[in-house]
Design a binder for this molecule. Sequence first.
Ligand SMILES: *Cc1c(COP(=O)(O)O)cnc(C)c1O
Length: 223
Amino acid sequence: MNMPSHPADTPLATIRANIAQSEKIAGRPAGSTTLIAISKTKPAEAIEDLIELGHRVFGENRVQEAQAKFPDMRARYPDLELHMVGQLQSNKADEAVALFDCIHSLDRMSLAKALAAAMTKAGRQVPCFVQVNISEEEQKGGCAIADLPQFLEQVRALGLPIIGLMAVPPADVEPSPYFALLAKLARDHGLDQLSIGMSGDYETAVRIGATHVRVGSALFGAR
Ligand SMILES: *Cc1c(COP(=O)(O)O)cnc(C)c1O
């Protein structure tokens, strides 16, 4: 294992410091942002390196890959927290509910129904973010902005624990207007958690109110 000579030299330490600084600038309480280490495509050893540095919150974007890497790790580190951030197929709802502690990609009624049934069956409530297609890009996952009020009403009626909104803004444009719009939508709907910000824009996201940032390549290196 390539342990750095001093933990202060790691990308993890840098990112934590940047998050703390952004919280301070925004007048937010220290520690009010959860850093999710997005470990998709990365081997178990890379995850263990972060665990050894004290990190416990990880995210994956595919059920199968998470299933291959995490059950073993969870047996050894019971305090691990695992988030699902990628598109989820309804037929994977049972597996997702068994494996993940939080789902960031709830974006359609068929999935909502499958998750509600899976949670009832498993006797396990998994908090969910509703993903919003904030840039209205056709190829992107997420509930359309215009459909959000009705969708939230319907998923809440199913009894799903909805904790906030999630979005992935378009690549290569200034993300703050998208982050601000998502923050406003969350406020309008009485939701206080925001899953926004990735390697290139997590500091901006924290200043706008991200409660969860999803950082992959800045922590683990390029994919
Ligand atoms: C891969 C991924 C991330 C992390 O992206 P980086 O740019 O590597 O930080 C965040 N959110 C989602 C939904 C992803 O799929």
